[in-house]
Design a protein around this ligand. Structure first.
Ligand code: ADP
Length: 549
């Protein structure tokens, strides 16, 4: 209560203890809070789990008035608002999912001279509506709009991995409300994205705060599929030996998700598949069951970067809020280090020891290279953009990921160097396989190199007749090829076109005439194999018939 503003460290720490039970600020939290309370713009770069929300939640308690929080996902807003209300902090969110009654109540509160709401969460779409902007102006005119916090601020940049066009509308905030300090928060460290965010939001000499991206409580390990007898069994053994812990397993394809989830269930592991081919109701019940600990393991697809955000929502990436994830497993190599960092970073948000385990396979690598080149080609063709540049960039991104897997030495160092961080030798403290078992790792890599050389000699056709339990099908290809085409996206949109092997050959043949020679032959072979495999799998029920079931 009262009209006092708290700005001193001691007072702010008291708020932190009283409302959230944390003993002191972590990392750069205090600096961020101090900056925005003094009216300065701030750009806050902190890894996932770094405690970004405190940077605007404490200011909301330190000063009478409202902190506006822009957040990309309704689920994310709901989560935070519920958590705040449980702590007795008055927070609300405005979204299309609310009843008219609920909205009216919130608007009445905002219109009053003394709103009880301390934090108001909204979507970027709402900011863009003229009615809402004039409401903000009115609140501001009464001196009650203290800070605008932009969560997941990287969504404004088309260079980022979660680009959302609606975030572009946020650039009007500065024009309409020039003297309200803006706090931009993100876990995306790419310098280009950083610059984009600052420019797009028109931040004025913002205080730049960057925390280390080291996740000291995560143990990093790579397991080599080509050296394992059975990858499915290895994963189920890993989960079992870890106890009944909370885990996320990311796969490239839906089919792998389904098979893996079935396999794990059969071995007594409480788990479910989660991907775009599962109908909405089931998907949200899986998410609910996982968040409420009824299910411990979720096997999900990881859509690669720059897909439509709804697809990313489906891909179990943003907005996951379970702090006790002990294990994040990548069953296939991710497309980029950035994606890998974000996904593995879902582990151990409670700061307790956790693991990131990546299953790496030679065939997975080849497949991903093929996918990246093709997806980029297609994108280049449809947008008329520089496909070669784009493809090169994606392949370069992927190469870092391959180096993470195929290199000896410290994994942590490889991750952090990607973010431009210096890594002192003592940093890892043997919490990766490269530091803990360096000799064994070198031996594995030698064996892997031998196998890879053998494959090279035996020819390319192995590409789609690949090893282990990981089925290869055309579905994954068409997912990648389709994913950037639609502006709107629903389950129905995520479907697989059903042309047969003849079409595949014709398609490849067209290219063959353009690109004569051996390359075209390889491509023809690859495409034909890929379609062939899809046809082999076509006796499986498609997600469309799932829905009717
Ligand atoms: P981010 O949004 O950066 O991913 P969150 O804001 O969700 O991170 O915070 C991650 C976790 O860290 C939460 O469980 C939160 O309660 C905890 N946390 C935040 N600040 C502190 C602090 N100063 N001391 C201890 N725990 C904290």
């Amino acid at each position: 209560g009262g009209n006092k503003q708290i700005t001193d460290r001691e007072g702010l720490v008291k708020l932190l203890r009283w409302h959230f039970g944390h003993s002191d600020f972590r990392g750069k939290q205090f600096e961020a809070i101090q900056a925005v309370l003094s009216g300065r713009d701030c750009f806050c770069l902190m890894p996932t789990g770094g405690g970004k929300s405190m940077c605007y939640q404490i200011p909301a308690l330190a000063k009478p008035g409202i902190v506006l929080v822009v957040s990309p996902l309704i689920a994310l807003m709901e989560n935070q608002v519920t958590a705040l209300k449980e702590k007795g902090i008055t927070a609300e969110f405005l979204s299309s999912t609310q009843t008219i009654h609920a909205k009216t109540k919130i608007h009445e509160d905002l219109d009053s001279g003394k709103p009880s709401t301390r934090l108001l969460y909204v979507t970027p779409e709402l900011i863009a509506t003229p009615g809402f902007m004039s409401k903000l102006n009115k609140i501001h005119a009464r001196g009650l709009l203290n800070i605008i916090a932009i969560d997941e601020a990287h969504c404004i940049s088309s260079w980022g991995h979660d680009f959302r066009p609606s975030y572009g509308k946020l650039s009007s905030l500065r024009n309409h409300l020039p003297d309200v300090p803006i706090l931009a928060l993100t876990a995306t460290a790419v310098p280009k994205v950083q610059k984009d965010v600052i420019d797009s939001l028109c931040l004025e000499s913002p205080l730049l705060l960057k925390s280390s991206f080291n996740r000291s409580n995560i143990y990093y390990e790579v397991r080599y599929k080509d050296l394992l007898d059975n990858v499915f069994n290895d994963l189920s053994a890993l989960l079992k030996s870890s106890g009944d812990v909370c885990a996320i397993v990311y796969c490239l394809e839906r089919a792998t998700c389904d098979e893996l989830a079935a396999h794990l269930s059969k071995h007594g592991i409480s788990c479910a598949a989660y991907h775009a081919g599962i109908n909405n109701n089931l998907r949200s019940s899986v998410l609910d069951d996982w968040i409420s600990s009824k299910i411990q393991v979720v096997v999900a697809t990881c859509f690669p970067s720059n897909g439509h955000y709804l697809r990313q929502l489906c891909s179990f990436r943003m907005g996951i809020d379970r702090k006790d994830v002990r294990l994040v497993c990548h069953f296939n190599i991710p497309k980029s280090m950035e994606g890998f960092y974000q996904e593995s970073g879902r582990a151990g948000r409670d700061q307790l020891p956790s693991k990131s385990i990546l299953y790496y396979g030679i065939d997975d690598r080849k497949r991903m290279e093929f996918i990246i080149s093709n997806a980029e080609n297609k994108k280049g063709q449809s947008s008329g953009g520089s496909r070669e540049g784009s493809s090169k960039k994606s392949l370069a991104d992927f190469k870092l990921m391959v180096e993470y897997c195929e290199g000896s030495g410290c994994r942590r160092k490889k991750i952090l160097e990607n973010f431009g961080e210096e890594v002192p030798p003592s940093l890892c403290k043997k919490s990766c396989d490269g530091c803990k078992h360096p000799n064994q790792l070198v031996q594995y890599l030698e064996e892997l190199a031998t196998i890879a050389a053998g494959r090279q000699r035996s020819g390319l056709s192995r590409l789609f007749l690949s090893s282990s339990n990981d089925k290869v099908g055309g579905e994954q290809m068409s997912e990648f090829w389709n994913r950037d085409d639609e502006v709107s996206c629903s389950d129905e949109d995520i479907s697989d076109s059903d042309d047969g092997i003849e079409n595949a050959k014709r398609e490849a043949g067209c290219k063959a005439s353009r690109r004569a020679g051996v390359n075209a032959k390889i491509e023809l072979l690859e495409r034909a194999e890929e379609r062939y495999y899809r046809n082999q799998n076509s006796d499986k029920p498609s997600h469309k018939s799932d829905k009717n079931a």
